[in-house]
Design a protein around this ligand. Sequence first.
Ligand SMILES: NC(=O)c1ccc[n+]([C@@H]2O[C@H](COP(=O)([O-])OP(=O)(O)OC[C@H]3O[C@@H](n4cnc5c(N)ncnc54)[C@H](O)[C@@H]3O)[C@@H](O)[C@H]2O)c1
Length: 353
Amino acid sequence: MDNLNKFFRGKKVFITGHTGFKGSWLTSVLIKLGAKVCGYSKIDEKKDQYIKLCYSQKAKNIYGDILNYKKLENSLKKFKPDIIFHLAAQALVSKSYSDPYNTFQTNTVGTLNILNISRNLKNLKCLVIITSDKCYRNIEIKRGYKENDILGGDDPYSASKAAAEIIFNAYNKSFYNQRKKLGIATTRAGNVIGGGDWSKDRIIPDCIKSINKKKKLTIRNPNSTRPWQHVLEPVFGYLILAMKLYKKPEKFTGSWNFGPLSNETMSVKNVVDLLFINLSLEKKILIKKGVFKEANLLKLNSKKSLKKLKWKNFWNMRKSIQETAKWYKGYLVKSDIKKITNYQIDEYLKLYD
Ligand SMILES: NC(=O)c1ccc[n+]([C@@H]2O[C@H](COP(=O)([O-])OP(=O)(O)OC[C@H]3O[C@@H](n4cnc5c(N)ncnc54)[C@H](O)[C@@H]3O)[C@@H](O)[C@H]2O)c1
């Protein structure tokens, strides 16, 4: 861990979407590593959740829309980041059906804005763009998608993430290859779980909400399998990638998968069963047919990241569910959730020692 500690201490890191589920954990880890963090997110329900989870006063927090080009540009020019992580997005498949226009706009034009502004940021050494495992054309193959597989997306969210990847590729090939000291990358991770996610139509938040409201839990696709992983797994992937990109931009520029262990699969139903066992609670489930189309099988192949970045999968699916349950157990009994988050980060950091 010395490496990450040494590397991020004092670095200026700009994070878009820092108030979101992944953004809050990424911000918390970077604060712990001693980075100077500036976050940029729009004002929405995520802000309060972020403030509850993260020692947010230790970061500079800017509230603005990623589509507001001038505000984003001014914020970046003023902060002068060494590193940017771009996470801001409309991140839900379900919402992409009810609001496709906003999904496409936020996820494509948002990424375009970051890429275009970053071209002229003198201090910038690396830019990491978070897209999704859903950017691949999903033909439900068992081997898992590799970074050079064909992009696709049958729903607005997945297509918007594939489109962001195409924009990235064009900017990389057309403009960034002339700035040899700047590394840029996209990352594709799986279905992330962990404390502090309250998003609609995601299975863990749905479970906790059903417990809170003492209502039956509705599951739409009980047999679907997803690349479940704890949020800290891809977050550490992003950090390691940023460090390598910073040091050797030409070698590490490109796209990277950060999925769970390749031999692991778990259905939605199994995840729910395990979560309730770990929470020591009885569950009441209602199975309903899904209202929107989602793929049944989605797998990532992360061999490139494991081999070339020396990224590791430390927490398997069972452990990830256990840690997630611990966090929400603390939340349900009104413990200090900032402390739980930080404790889990400390435990995870030890694994990199
Ligand atoms: N959570 C997952 O399982 C998962 C899986 C694969 C990829 N991703 C990707 O990871 C990233 C983070 O996901 P998350 O789960 O933390 O999402 P989230 O919905 O919890 O957070 C989204 C963040 O983006 C911000 N945002 C949304 N629209 C914005 C706009 N117009 N301007 C400025 N900020 C805006 C929100 O305020 C919030 O900070 C996203 O790009 C998402 O597509 C997530």
